[in-house]
Design a protein around this ligand. Structure first.
Ligand code: PEP
Length: 250
């Protein structure tokens, strides 16, 4: 049985002075994260120290939203896995569609980052998903298989430590959600792709759905056999809606 995992992606929201109040609300509403579902908050880099402090004594995991693949060096403006670890970060989102779309993230750089995150002992949340155009052109399967194969290449022995988020780009921040049947179809395709790469660990990989997940649709989505939780954007910025999604995963 895979334990469900619900992670909030705060994106570029919440000041360090605002983060503790949201975390306090999430702690209260999820029994400090001790609720049968793994709960994670992925905060902006600048919020990490305040969030780490506010999460002390809870079971809620702390995540970042990106990192560089090099350990250290002349990479102005970048943050390494070791820097995240040193601040108590446990999870890191990699290859989010907004990074692919606006910041030239590629399958190759996601793969480099994934290897660095695993080497540092971070739990990566690797995002994959097709655009509306790709879906309409009948290329969804090709895109998903390519992203999973290239992003996770060479990491087969660590599959059980990797979380994947299927996030159809057309559903992110748009209010349009994939139906649970549409999402399950892609989650099954992701698991079948993983099984070709490492049949022994494919069943252990947790695959989250992301894209306008909210309290109203979360239970239906997470009732599907290959949907092991959610990566939540907008609804993660309010403690009540985020916690309602967490509880829907029980
Ligand atoms: C996301 O960006 O990871 C996401 C799922 O956003 P939203 O829930 O707002 O669609």
């Amino acid at each position: 049985m895979r334990t469900k995992i619900v992670a909030g992606n705060w994106k570029m929201n919440k000041l360090p002075s605002e983060a503790p109040a949201l975390i306090e609300g999430i702690r209260k509403a999820t029994n400090d994260g001790d609720c049968g579902v793994d709960v994670v908050v992925c905060v902006p880099f600048t919020d990490i120290p305040a969030a780490a402090q506010a999460l002390k004594g809870s079971k809620i995991g702390l995540g970042a939203q990106n990192m560089h693949w090099k350990d250290a060096g002349a990479y102005t403006g970048e943050i390494s896995a070791a820097m995240l670890k040193d601040l108590g970060v446990q999870y890191v989102i990699l290859g989010h569609s907004e990074r692919r779309q606006y910041f030239a993230e590629t399958d190759e750089t996601v793969n480099l980052k994934l290897k660095a995150a695993l080497a540092a002992g971070l739990t990566p949340i690797v995002c994959v998903g097709e655009t509306l155009e790709e879906r309409e052109e009948g290329k969804m399967q090709e895109v998903i298989v390519r992203q999973v194969s290239e992003d996770l290449a060479g990491c087969q022995e660590d599959f059980a430590r990797i979380v994947i988020a299927y996030e159809p780009v057309w559903a992110i921040g748009t209010g349009k959600t994939a139906t649970s049947t549409q999402a399950q179809e892609v989650h099954a395709l992701i698991r079948a792709t993983l099984a070709k790469m490492n049949p022994e660990q494919a069943d252990e990989v947790r695959i989250q759905y992301g894209g306008s997940m909210k309290p109203e649709n979360a239970a239906d989505l997470m009732s599907k056999p290959d949907i092991d939780g959610g990566l939540i954007g907008g609804a993660a910025l309010k403690a009540d809606s985020f916690a309602a999604i967490v509880h829907a995963g029980k």
